[in-house]
Ligand binder design. Sequence first.
Ligand code: FES
Length: 117
Amino acid sequence: MFERVCTTDDVWVGELIAFDVASRKIILINVEDKFHAYDAQCPHQDQSLCEGSLEGTVLTCPAHQWQFDVTTGLGVNPTGCKLKAYALKIEADEIYVDAEQTPEKPKQHEPSHEHHQ
Ligand code: FES
């Protein structure tokens, strides 16, 4: 279920803010004027990313300096890990996050139509 977290004016470009959504801690990031919502638990040892530092598109975990590309959630250093992303929508400048839904909901048993050439 989508929950309203804040307005688009509350999170400036290059900013990271932590919110509680459905009793989960999430981080909301505005990078290059696009918003992303991720679980605040680092995939390394579950430390909080709420105090992580954001430089450009790279978020660094304060615990052991793992780094993630916040446009994709993928690990930059090391690679092979991923932040857990949540679905996010913006309606009339209000940001809503669904902490039970990932951004691209996997479709069930549907043949792939993704290879257009
Ligand atoms: S818990 Fe984040 S890098 Fe170790």
